[in-house]
Design a binder for this molecule. Structure first.
Ligand code: FPP
Length: 262
């Protein structure tokens, strides 16, 4: 550890304020290019305050804005947020309705600021299940931000990694059946090219909030070599400081990709 690190942050980020963590990130370099986040704990955040669950999700929406701004500040290039899983369709309809209208509200309300901040938004998942107004709002924000390159924001809505893998396998099988692809041409690159995330680098860092230690069907193929960071904080309380803390932890990892250290 350099003298600059010791002066800025003697520990692993705990108890250090956000600006000091950012300074440390800048001294060290090596910010992950792609950060993926499983945003968890909205419900427990609300329950702890005796509030209805939708209010937890609403507070979670504010955390989304804070984390996007902090990611840009730190120099992250790709941010993938798991907003609604295929399994979440099994929640009570009142909660699904609240989440869907929140997502629509988010897209409508944040579109200008996302555009002005240079964020390119893309939404991945089973769009056929979304209500028409939500699907239209998503198409609009994607269209209006398509030219941006400062931060690539992937929102996963009605998404399941297993379904994404099955879809890729079906595409490959169809291409083979139609004679456009030989079975021997199916390699890792061919498979990755049929995932929603084709063209994105794999996540370097996967963050999950609320202390749960699960992947929950998120980006199963893409996180093969991601570093994991489990934050005890419920998503609505996850902000700039908490993101920088995770990035500092990432900087201290020894990524070997199955090889030995230099
Ligand atoms: C998990 O908390 C969170 C969700 C299922 C939804 C995530 C949605 C948001 C953060 C708000 C809007 C998002 C965007 C992108 C605008 P949980 O309900 O499973 O919490 P619990 O495990 O404590 O019950």
């Amino acid at each position: 550890m350099s003298a600059a690190h010791r002066a800025i942050a003697p520990d692993h980020g705990q108890g250090t304020d956000a600006d000091a963590l950012l300074a440390r990130l800048r001294v060290d370099g090596g910010v992950p290019r792609h950060v993926a986040i499983i945003m968890d704990g909205n419900g427990r955040w609300a329950r702890k305050r005796a509030l209805p669950r939708p209010l937890g999700h609403r507070s979670g929406m504010r955390a989304v804005r804070a984390v996007i701004e902090a990611a840009i500040e730190a120099g992250v290039e790709w941010l993938s947020l798991f907003a609604f899983s295929t399994e979440n369709w099994q929640r009570p309809s009142s909660e699904i309705d609240a989440l869907m209208s929140l997502l629509e509200e988010y897209v409508a309300r944040e579109a200008d600021s996302l555009r002005e901040n240079g964020v390119c938004v893309r939404v991945f998942g089973d769009r056929a299940r979304l209500v028409e107004s939500a699907a239209r709002a998503i198409e609009r924000v994607e269209r209006e931000t398509a030219h941006n390159t400062r931060l690539f924001l992937n929102l996963f809505i009605s998404y399941s990694a297993r379904a994404e893998l099955v879809r890729a396998a079906q595409q490959l099988a169809t291409e083979v059946a139609e004679g456009r692809l030989a079975p021997a041409e199916i390699d890792e690159a061919a498979f990755a090219a049929r995932l929603f995330t084709h063209g994105c680098p794999d996540p370097d860092l996967l963050i999950r909030t609320s202390g749960e230690q699960r992947i929950s069907n998120f980006l199963l193929w893409q996180v093969a070599y991601a570093e994991l960071f489990i934050s005890p904080v419920y998503w609505p309380d996850f902000g700039r400081r908490e993101l920088f803390d995770a990035l500092v932890s990432f900087q201290q990892r020894d990524r070997r990709f199955g090889r030995v250290s230099a």
